[in-house]
Structure formats: structure tokens, C-alpha cells
Design a protein around this ligand. Structure first.
Ligand SMILES: [Zn+2]
Ligand SMILES: [Zn+2]
Length: 279
């Protein structure tokens, strides 16, 4: 397999998290078991087989590889991918694709689907994605991936199979829908984006942006530019009910070593071992 870009991998329960994210460089994530990815700031060759993507916003480090990805799938004779994007990004991206087609004389077949906050996207019977509003400097979205099951209602738990079948045949709804937020992906956002969608705090895995960690980077400015600071994480430490909190999108102003040192000094227990720095 061609290795054209860095990819870090982490296993959590039955899910594999693959990705890379540094501010102003490039951001891309993939969950192979869920058959979906987030953001197209670059496209590792190994990610090409995943045909469903969710883009958070139109900044180059999150979207610029979209034409490359679409072209590669066409070249490899794969089906056109489906890419979900904030509505405001659709028209500019369509124009960009047309210009690349002029340059390269190759078609760029893909399905671009506009997404608004609150939208619900059914990927399969068991898999649903919802979009949430985030707070950045351009139209932006976060995404939550849900596991959806139907379960026998509590009041019928003690009935026999025959009794349940009779109820069902009589028109009674014997099951109920159970949803479990598995992955929450914030994308780029100030802390308000997290606070406005409390479900982010409940997902099994949260991928949270943490662009700034240094005490001398001013928070008011950081928030204005639609990003988060380590202090924002600290202020909310009791709110995180996630099993795993991935902090990513760190500024290139920091070396990995200094990020680790600053974060471990501020949060010595690393949120009970749940906080993972994506470096
Ligand atoms: Zn970014
Ligand atoms: Zn951005």
C-alpha cells in the first residue's frame, strides 16, 4: 500500500480511529468499521476505499483533497462517493470541480449532499449520523454517529415468544428504538459549539479540537477565531462523560513534547486516563 501521508491509529472497543489533524496543515479521520470518514484536508491512499465522508467546513485544511479523492476513485473504477457538506460549501465546491475537470479533462463524479444543523442522515438500519451547529469563522458543522437498535419494550420482557408474537400480530408495537451516540466529531469550533450540543459530552468517543494549549495564547482571541484552548477543556472537565476524549488539531506552533508537558501539568490524571492527545 502506498503511504503518502501520516496516519495515526487507535483502537477503542470495536472501533478503529485513524487520522491526522494539525491546525492549518491538514485534517482527516476515518472509522473503517463504520465505513465513514470526516474531513478531506488530505487523503491517505489507504482511505480511498471509504465511500462516505462528512466535511465540517470549507477551510482548506479540511476540504482541499476533495477533488483528489473523487478523481482517485474514478481512476480506480470505484463507485462515485457520497460527501456530506455544509450547504454553503456546495456551490463553491461544484465550481471548483468543474474547473478541475477543465484542467484535467477528467470527470469528477460524486454525490455532494448539503447538510444543515439538526439534519439526520440514515446510513443504514443501525447507523445514523446527525449534524450539529458549531461555532467557527465560516459555516461549520459537527457530526454525531449513532448506533440504532430496536429492543423489546421493558413491559414485555417477561413474556414468552408466543405471547410476544400474538401481541405483534394484534398490532401492538412490542419494540422500541434505542440510540447510542458512539462517535462525536466537533471539527473546528470555539467552546460554544461543544456546549450547544451536550450530546457531544455523552458520546462513547469524542474527537475534540484543541488548537491552543499555551498559557500565553489569549483565550478571547482564540474564541473569536473559532477555536479552543486547554483552559476550556479544564473548565468543562466534569462534563465529559465520554469513554475516550481525543484532543486534536493542535497548532503547529507547538512541538509534540511541549504539548504533552503543558497538558500533563494542567490535567495530571488526563481526565482519568480518558484524554488522548492526537500527536
Ligand atoms: Zn482547521
Ligand atoms: Zn477551520
Amino acid at each position: 500500500m502506498v503511504q503518502n501521508l501520516p496516519v495515526k491509529t487507535l483502537k477503542h472497543n470495536d472501533l478503529t480511529i485513524e487520522g491526522y489533524s494539525r491546525a492549518a496543515v491538514q485534517t482527516y479521520w476515518r472509522f473503517p468499521e463504520l465505513k465513514l470518514g470526516f474531513d478531506l484536508g488530505a487523503q491517505p491512499w489507504s482511505f480511498m476505499g471509504t465511500e462516505t465522508w462528512f466535511v465540517t467546513h470549507g477551510h482548506l485544511d479540511h476540504i482541499v483533497a476533495l477533488p483528489v479523492y473523487v478523481a482517485r476513485r474514478r481512476m480506480m473504477k470505484m463507485t462515485p462517493p457520497t460527501i456530506y457538506l455544509p450547504t454553503a460549501t456546495i456551490e463553491p465546491i461544484q465550481k471548483i470541480l468543474r474547473q478541475f475537470t477543465r484542467l484535467d479533462r477528467g470527470r469528477l463524479p460524486c454525490e455532494l449532499r448539503p447538510v444543515e444543523p439538526g439534519d439526520e442522515i440514515e446510513l443504514s438500519r443501525e447507523l445514523v449520523v446527525t449534524a450539529v451547529a458549531t461555532t467557527h469563522t465560516v459555516p461549520s458543522l459537527g457530526y454525531v454517529v449513532w448506533d440504532r437498535r430496536r429492543k423489546l419494550r421493558g413491559e414485555f420482557q417477561d413474556l414468552s415468544g408466543d405471547q410476544i408474537r400474538d401481541l405483534r400480530l394484534g398490532g401492538t408495537e412490542v419494540t422500541e428504538e434505542i440510540r447510542r451516540p458512539r462517535v462525536a466529531y466537533l471539527g473546528d469550533s470555539s467552546p460554544a459549539g461543544l456546549d450547544n450540543s451536550p450530546i457531544m459530552y455523552e458520546a462513547e468517543i469524542l474527537i475534540c479540537e484543541l488548537t491552543f494549549v499555551s498559557p500565553d495564547h489569549r483565550k478571547d482571541k482564540i474564541h473569536k477565531f473559532g477555536h479552543m484552548h486547554l483552559d476550556d477543556l479544564l473548565d468543562r472537565r466534569e462534563r465529559f462523560h465520554n469513554e475516550l476524549i481525543i484532543a486534536a488539531h493542535l497548532s503547529t506552533r507547538y512541538h509534540a513534547k511541549s504539548v504533552r508537558a503543558i497538558v500533563e501539568r494542567a490535567i495530571p490524571d488526563m481526565l482519568g486516563g480518558r484524554l488522548h492527545l492526537w500527536l
